[in-house]
Design a protein around this ligand. Structure first.
Ligand SMILES: [Zn+2]
Ligand SMILES: [Zn+2]
Length: 345
C-alpha cells in the first residue's frame, strides 16, 4: 500500500509498504477520508514533542472495512465507519475516575500506522468501543469531523455549557466554528466568536450572534456591550496564543469559566488575575482530547444531522496531493482540509 511518512519538519515522503493484517480482535480499514488537523500542520511546520520522525500522521479517519480479524462480531466487510484514533483503557486510575483523555495507556491502542495511508489497522480496544457506522447520507469528509467534534464536546462539557449561558469563543478556526455549532445546538446565547480571518468570520456569522474582529474592535468592550456589561458566562480559548488568556479572563462574567482548549506552548507561564479567580469566582481550566462518550455523542449528532457542518471542510485533497496540501494550506482561504481517496463517494 501507499503511505505518507513524516520524515522531519517540512517533509512528508510517499512510500510503499505492506498493508497491515488485522490479527485477532482487530480490523483493517481502507481509508476513504482523513482530516488534516492543526496538530498535523504544526508537526509538519516545526516538529512536535510527542510525534516522532518516521510516524504516519492523520487521526481523523473514515474508512471502509476491508478485512476482519478472528473473533470480531457485529461488523461486515464493506461497511463504512468512523473510528476514534485512541480511547481510554477504562481500567487505569484516571479512566476509573472518568478522566479518559488522561488514560495512562492512551496510546497503547492506536490506529496503525496513521490515517495518511491507504489502509489502517484498528486495534481491538477501538473496534470494541471506538468504531461507529456512518449513515449513508453523511459524506466521508463530514465523517472526518467526528474526532474534532468529540474534542469540542469534551471541552464544552468541562465548562458545563447550558442554554442559560452566554459564550465567547476566541478563535475562528475549525475548532472554534465547531464549538459554535455545538453551542447553538445546546441553546447558549449569545454566542460570540472572535477571529481575525474574514472568510472564517463569515462562516461564524452563520451560527453565532456576533463575529468580532479583535483587530478592528475592542474585544473586551464589545463582549461587555453584548452581555449587558457582565461578560460571557463561559469562554473557550480556541487559538494557541498565550497572550489571549488575559483577554479571556477579562471577558468572562463573575462566576464564569474559561477553558484553555487550545494547546499553548508547553513551557510558557500564564499571568492570571488572582482577584478574578478569588473574588469573582472565575474558574480557569483546560481540556485535551476526548472520552468514549464524547466520541459517541459526536457520531450521534452528525448522523442525526443535528449540526450544520456545511462550509467547515473547505478543501478536499486527493491522496497523492497531500504534500502539496500541507505546504499550501492557507489560513486565509481554508477552514479545514480533508484528504479523500478517489474511490470515496
Ligand atoms: Zn485532530
Ligand atoms: Zn486508562
Amino acid at each position: 500500500m501507499k503511505l505518507w511518512r513524516y520524515i522531519g519538519p517540512q517533509q512528508l515522503k510517499l512510500e510503499t509498504s505492506d498493508a497491515p493484517h488485522p490479527g485477532s480482535g482487530a480490523v483493517v480499514l481502507r481509508v476513504t477520508a482523513c482530516g488534516i488537523c492543526a496538530t498535523d500542520l504544526k508537526t509538519f511546520a516545526r516538529g512536535h514533542p510527542l510525534i516522532p520522525v518516521g510516524a504516519v500522521l492523520g487521526h481523523e479517519i473514515v474508512g471502509v472495512i476491508a478485512e476482519i480479524g478472528a473473533g470480531v462480531s457485529g461488523w461486515r466487510v464493506g461497511e463504512r465507519v468512523a473510528v476514534a484514533p485512541y480511547l481510554g483503557c477504562g481500567q487505569c486510575y484516571f479512566c476509573q475516575r472518568g478522566n479518559y483523555s488522561l488514560c495512562e495507556k492512551l496510546y497503547e491502542a492506536f490506529i496503525e500506522p496513521g490515517g495518511f495511508a491507504e489502509f489502517v489497522r484498528v486495534p481491538p480496544r477501538l473496534v470494541q468501543r471506538g468504531m461507529f457506522k456512518l449513515n449513508a447520507d453523511i459524506s466521508d469528509a463530514t465523517g472526518a469531523l467526528f474526532e474534532p467534534l468529540a474534542c469540542c464536546i469534551h471541552g464544552l462539557h468541562a465548562i458545563a455549557l447550558t442554554a442559560r449561558d452566554s459564550l465567547l469563543i476566541i478563535g475562528d478556526g475549525a475548532m472554534g466554528l465547531l464549538q459554535a455549532e455545538l453551542a447553538r445546538h445546546i441553546g447558549a446565547q449569545p454566542i460570540i466568536v472572535s477571529g481575525v480571518t474574514p472568510a472564517r468570520r463569515a462562516r461564524a456569522q452563520r451560527v453565532a450572534d456576533a463575529a468580532i474582529d479583535p483587530r478592528a474592535t475592542d474585544l473586551i468592550e464589545e463582549v461587555k456591550r453584548l452581555t449587558n456589561g457582565y461578560g460571557t458566562d463561559k469562554v473557550m480559548l480556541s487559538v494557541a496564543d498565550t497572550r489571549l488568556v488575559e483577554d479571556a479572563l477579562q471577558c468572562v462574567a463573575r462566576g464564569g469559566s474559561v477553558n484553555i482548549f487550545a494547546g499553548l506552548p508547553s513551557k510558557e507561564l500564564l499571568n492570571l488575575s488572582s482577584y478574578r479567580i478569588h473574588y469573582d469566582e472565575v474558574r480557569v481550566l483546560g481540556t485535551f482530547g476526548f472520552g468514549p462518550d464524547d466520541f459517541r455523542q459526536a457520531v450521534d449528532l452528525v448522523n442525526a444531522h443535528a449540526l450544520d457542518l456545511d462550509g467547515i471542510v473547505t478543501r478536499a485533497v486527493q491522496f497523492d496531493d497531500l504534500l502539496d496540501a500541507f505546504r499550501n494550506t492557507s489560513i486565509e482561504h481554508d477552514i479545514k482540509s480533508v484528504m479523500v481517496t478517489s474511490l470515496s463517494p
